[in-house]
Design a protein around this ligand. Structure first.
Ligand code: B1H
Length: 829
C-alpha cells in the first residue's frame, strides 16, 4: 500500500472525520472536557468527586494525548523524509518528573493552568503529585535526559533506547544519621508518560552453543540459545520546545517468552515451569546503584545484552522496512554508545550482519567502523568496564567468538604498525590476560568506533596523555571532546520561573530558551541598578528551599551554600565538612565584635552513597553528627547551620539549585570528567566555589576567574603532591579539625577512625589536607564578596550571562555535525 504524503494524510483525515489542523484543541473548554473525560473514563472516578492525585492522573493523560498527536505527526514526517537517524543507547536516563516540563515544551502550560483553576485545582499542586522517574545514578544519566530534550528541540531525528527498570535508584532514608536504602518501586501508581507496545516485542537469546552449518554451500555459525526472553517496548515521548517535533525514548522490559521454552510444559511440573518463566522479568527489574564499580555480575551482563539486543533488532527492522541493501546502512544509521555500558551492541550488530544477513566479514566490519561512536565519562583505567571471559563465554558464546576475531585482526594489524612491542600490544588488546581473563570494553569500543569523545577539554587531555595514550598515538583523528551541557528548559524555565521571566524581560525576548547564546546580552545590564534590584529580589527567593529544610530554623539573610551530588571520596564532601567544623570552631573562639562580622551561612549537603560504599556512608553520618552539634549550639545561633537533605534526586535539585547563593564543586583535580550540576547552578546565577577540574576550566574562560572562587592543586600539581607522601605539608587548622573528630568531639570516635585514617598525611590520596588552606582562603573570599551586595549581584548576573556554552543544545549540535552526521528534520506545524 503506497504511503500517503504527510499533507495527503492530513487532508484525508480532515475529510473523513471533519477534523481541523490540530486534532486536540487547547482552549479552556476543550481542556476541561479532556481532563474530566480522563477522570471519568481513564482514572474511573466520578467527575463530581476526585482528589488531587486523581486530578493529576487525568491531567497527565490529557497532556499525554497531545504528546502522542505530535509524536505521530513527527513519525509520519520522519518516515516521509527518511533522514539518517541517531540511535542513542544508554543504560541510564534520569528523567525526573514529566508534567511541568512537558506542558512547557508543548507551549500549553498557561492554558492548562487556567483550565484547571476554573475547575478549582492549582496546576502546581497537582504537579507535586508526580513521583520522579529515577532510572539512573547521577550525572551520566541526567546528561542523557538533557540530551534527549535538546535532540527533540533541535529537530534531530533521534531515538533513545534504554531499560525500563521496575525499581529505580534506591530511595535514601536517613535513620539516626545513617543512610538506609529502600526500593523505589516507582510504577506502583501507574505511569501516564509511557505507552506500552504489546506488539513491539523481540526475542533475546542467552547461553547455549554455537555450531557450524553449511547454507548454500557457505559455512555459517548458528547460535542455538539455552534461554530466550521477550523484550517489550515502552515508549516515552519527548517533546521539543518551540517545535512540533516529538521524539521517543524507547525502554525495554523483560517478559517471559511464549514462543520458546515450550517443552518445559511437558515435564509435568507445571507450577515450577511457570514460576521459572516468571524469573525472566528479573532481567529488567533493577537498576544497579553503584556508579563506579563493575562487579562482573551475571545479571548485570544479562541486562546489558538484553537491552542491546532488543534495540539492535528494532534498529535493523526499521532499516529493512525501507531498504534492501546494507551498504546504505551507514547513510541511515548512527549509533551512539553512552559510555561502554552498551558496547556489546558492536558485537551484536556484527553478529546479525554475519550470521543472519550473511554479509561476510569484510562488508560487516566496514559497516561497523562507520556507524558507531562512543563517549567516555571515565577518567581512569581502573574504572573501565571489564567482563570476565568465562562469563561472556557462557552467556554470549557467539559474541565472545566475534570479539576474539575482531581482536585477532586488530592485533595482526597493530603488529605491522608498531612492531613486536609486546607490552604495548598487551595493553591495547581487547583481552586482558591474568589470573582472570577479561574483555576490556573500552578497548573494544575504541577499536570499533569511528569517534571517541570525552566530556570536557581537560577530560580529552587526560584521555590522550594517560588513559588512552596508546590508542591516541595510533589514531589521533579518532579522539575529540564535546563539553557536556544541560537543558535550560528544565534547569531555568521549569525550575526557576521567576528568574526565567526576569531574563526574558531584560533581554526583551524569550528566544534564549531555544538559543541560549542570547543570555550573553545580560552582560550589557550587569551594572544596571534596576536590574540589580530585581536580581537581588530573585536571589532572595529562597523560600522554596527553606521548605525542604524541614525542622532546622534558618535565617533568610544567610548565604545558602549548597553541595549536592553523589557522595564520593574524590568529590570531597569531607573537605566541605572539615571546613564547616573549622568555621564552627573559629566562631566559638571569637569575641563578640568579631562575631558581628561573620557572614551567616546555611550549609546544605545532599547526595546518595552507593549501598556498598562504606567510607561514603561514613561521610553521611559525619555530616549528621556535625550538624547535630552545630545546629543545637545556642552559642552559634544563625551564624552557622548545617542541613543534610535526604534522597537527593531531580526534583530536589529543582528546588535547591534556584535557591543557592554559592555551590561547591570540590573534586580533586583530574578526577571529575566534566561535572554537570555546576552548569545548572551557573545558569541560575549561583556563584561557584570550585577546583580547576572537568568543565570548570571552561567556565573560567566563559565567566572570568574574578567571578568565581577557585582553589586547590591543579591537575599538573596533583602527582607531585601525592609523591611527597608523609613529607607533604598540611596546615595546622587541618590537623586540628581532624583531631577533633578523632578525639570524639562529635561522638563515635571508633566509627570515624577509618575515615580519619583515609586523610592522614601519607594516606591522603584525594589531597584533602593539601588543599585545605587554599579551600579556606576561597571560602573567606566568598564571605567577603557576599557582604558587598552590589559586587555579589554583578558576579551573579555575569555567571548567568556567561553560562550559554553549557547548554546541551550546543553539545548536541556539535555531536550532530561532527560525530553523527545527522541533519535537523522539522515537522511542519
Ligand atoms: C560518570 C559514570 C558512571 N562517569 C558507571 N561515569 C555507572 C559509571 O552504573 N554504572 O555502572 C554509572 C555512571 N558517570 C559521570 O558522567 C562523570 O563522573 C561526571 O564527571 C560527568 O559529568 C558525567 C556526565 O558526563
Amino acid at each position: 500500500k503506497p504511503r500517503l504524503e504527510f499533507g495527503e494524510e492530513k487532508i484525508k483525515a480532515e475529510r473523513m472525520f471533519g477534523l481541523m489542523d490540530v486534532f486536540l484543541k487547547n482552549d479552556p473548554l476543550s481542556l476541561q472536557k479532556d481532563i474530566l473525560d480522563h477522570v471519568e473514563f481513564t482514572v474511573a472516578k466520578s467527575r463530581f468527586n476526585f482528589d488531587d492525585f486523581e486530578a493529576y492522573h487525568a491531567l497527565a493523560h490529557s497532556v499525554r494525548d497531545r504528546l502522542i498527536e505530535r509524536w505521530h505527526d513527527t513519525q509520519i514526517h520522519f518516515n516521509r523524509k527518511g533522514p539518517k537517524r541517531l540511535y542513542f543507547l544508554s543504560l541510564e536516563f534520569l528523567m525526573g518528573r514529566s508534567l511541568s516540563n512537558t506542558v512547557i515544551n508543548l507551549g500549553v502550560r498557561d492554558q492548562f493552568a487556567d483550565a484547571l483553576s476554573q475547575l478549582g485545582f492549582e496546576f502546581e499542586v497537582l504537579a507535586e503529585q508526580e513521583g520522579d522517574a529515577c532510572l539512573g545514578n547521577g550525572g551520566l544519566a541526567r546528561l542523557s535526559a538533557c540530551q534527549m530534550d535538546s535532540l527533540a528541540t533541535l529537530d534531530y531525528p533521534a531515538i533513545g533506547y534504554g531499560l525500563r527498570y521496575q525499581y529505580g535508584l534506591f530511595r535514601q532514608v536517613i535513620l539516626d544519621g545513617f543512610q538506609h536504602e529502600q526500593p523505589d518501586y516507582w510504577l506502583n501508581f501507574g505511569n501516564p508518560w509511557e505507552i506500552e507496545r504489546v506488539h513491539i516485542t523481540y526475542p533475546v537469546k542467552f547461553y547455549g552453543t554455537v555450531t557450524d552449518e553449511v547454507l548454500n554451500k557457505e559455512k555459517h555459525k548458528v547460535w542455538v540459545p539455552g534461554e530466550v526472553v521477550e523484550a517489550v517496548a515502552y515508549d516515552n515521548p519527548i517533546p521539543g520546545y518551540g517545535t512540533r517535533n516529538t521524539i521517543v525514548l524507547r525502554l525495554w522490559a523483560a517478559k517471559p517468552s511464549d514462543q520458546h521454552n515450550m517443552e518445559s510444559y511437558n515435564t509435568g511440573d507445571y507450577v515450577d515451569a511457570v514460576v521459572n518463566r516468571q524469573r525472566a522479568e528479573s532481567i529488567s527489574s533493577i537498576l544497579y546503584p553503584d556508579d563506579r564499580s563493575y562487579q562482573g555480575k551475571e545479571l548485570q551482563l544479562k541486562q546489558r545484552y538484553f537491552f542491546v539486543s532488543a534495540s539492535v533488532q528494532d534498529i535493523i527492522r526499521r532499516f529493512k522496512d525501507t531498504h534492501k541493501n546494507f551498504n546504505e546502512f551507514p547513510e541511515k544509521v548512527a549509533l551512539q554508545l553512552n559510555d561502554t555500558h552498551p558496547s556489546l551492541a558492536i558485537a551484536e550488530v556484527m553478529r546479525v550482519l554475519l550470521d543472519e544477513e550473511h554479509l561476510g566479514w569484510n562488508r560487516a566490519w566496514d559497516i561497523i567502523c562507520k556507524i558507531f561512536s562512543y563517549t567516555t565519562h571515565t577518567v581512569s583505567s581502573e574504572a573501565m568496564e571489564k567482563i570476565p571471559v568465562d562469563l561472556m563465554g557462557s552467556l554470549l558464546p557467539r559474541h565472545l567468538q566475534i570479539i576474539y576475531d575482531i581482536n585477532f585482526n586488530f592485533m595482526e594489524k597493530l603488529k605491522k604498525m608498531i612492531g613486536l612491542d609486546y607490552d604495548r600490544l598487551a595493553r591495547m588488546s581487547i583481552v586482558e590476560e591474568g589470573a582472570v581473563k577479561n574483555i576490556r570494553m573500552a578497548n573494544l569500543s575504541i577499536i570499533c568506533c569511528h569517534t571517541v569523545n570525552g566530556v570536557s577539554r581537560l577530560h580529552l587531555e587526560l584521555l590522550k596523555t594517560k588513559v588512552f595514550r596508546d590508542f591516541y598515538e595510533l589514531w589521533p583523528h579518532k579522539f575529540h571532546y564535546k563539553t557536556n551541557g544541560v537543558t535550560q528548559r528544565r534547569w531555568i524555565v521549569v525550575s526557576n520561573p521567576s528568574l526565567c521571566a526576569l531574563i526574558s524581560k531584560w533581554l526583551g525576548t524569550e528566544a534564549w530558551i531555544r538559543d541560549i547564546d542570547l543570555l550573553i546580552g545580560l552582560r550589557d545590564h550587569a551594572t544596571n541598578a534596576e536590574l540589580h534590584q530585581e536580581w537581588k529580589m530573585e536571589l532572595c527567593n529562597d523560600l522554596m528551599l527553606v521548605c525542604t529544610i524541614g525542622n532546622v530554623q534558618v535565617s533568610l539573610n544567610a548565604m545558602f551554600d549548597v553541595h549536592t551530588k553523589r557522595i564520593h571520596e574524590y568529590k570531597r564532601q569531607l573537605l566541605n565538612i572539615l571546613g564547616i567544623i573549622h568555621r564552627y570552631d573559629s566562631i566559638k573562639n571569637m569575641n563578640k565584635n568579631d562575631r558581628k562580622k561573620v557572614v551567616p551561612r546555611v550549609c546544605i549537603i545532599s547526595g546518595k552513597a552507593a549501598p556498598g560504599y562504606e567510607i561514603a556512608k561514613k561521610i553521611i553520618k559525619l555530616c549528621h553528627v556535625v550538624a547535630e552539634k552545630i545546629n543545637n549550639d545556642n552559642d552559634i545561633g544563625d551564624l552557622l547551620k548545617l542541613v543534610f537533605i535526604p534522597d537527593y534526586n531531580v526534583s530536589v535539585a529543582e528546588l535547591v539549585i534556584p535557591g543557592a547563593d554559592l555551590s561547591q564543586h570540590l573534586s580533586t583535580a583530574g578526577h571529575e570528567a566534566s561535572g554537570t550540576s555546576s552548569m545548572k547552578f551557573l545558569m541560575n546565577g549561583c556563584l561557584l566555589l570550585a577546583t580547576e577540574d572537568g568543565s570548570t576550566i571552561e567556565m573560567i574562560e566563559e565567566v572570568g576567574r574574578e567571578n568565581m572562587f577557585l582553589f586547590g592543586a591543579s591537575v599538573n600539581d596533583v602527582p607531585a603532591l601525592r609523591e611527597k607522601g608523609p613529607a607533604l605539608k598540611v596546615p595546622l587548622q587541618f590537623l586540628r579539625v581532624v583531631r577533633m573528630i578523632r578525639d570524639g568531639h562529635f561522638g563515635l570516635k571508633d566509627y570515624f577512625k577509618s575515615l580519619c585514617d583515609k586523610i592522614e598525611t601519607g594516606n591522603d590520596y584525594f589531597l584533602v589536607g593539601a588543599d585545605f588552606a587554599s579551600y579556606l582562603e576561597a571560602q573567606a573570599a566568598a564571605d567577603k564578596a557576599f557582604v558587598d551586595e552590589d559586587r555579589w549581584t554583578q558576579m551573579s548576573i555575569l555567571c548567568a550571562a556567561g553560562s550559554g556554552k553549557f547548554s546541551s543544545d550546543r553539545t548536541i549540535q556539535e555531536y550532530a555535525e561532527k560525530t553523527w552526521g545527522i541533519q535537523p528534520c522539522r515537522c511542519p506545524s
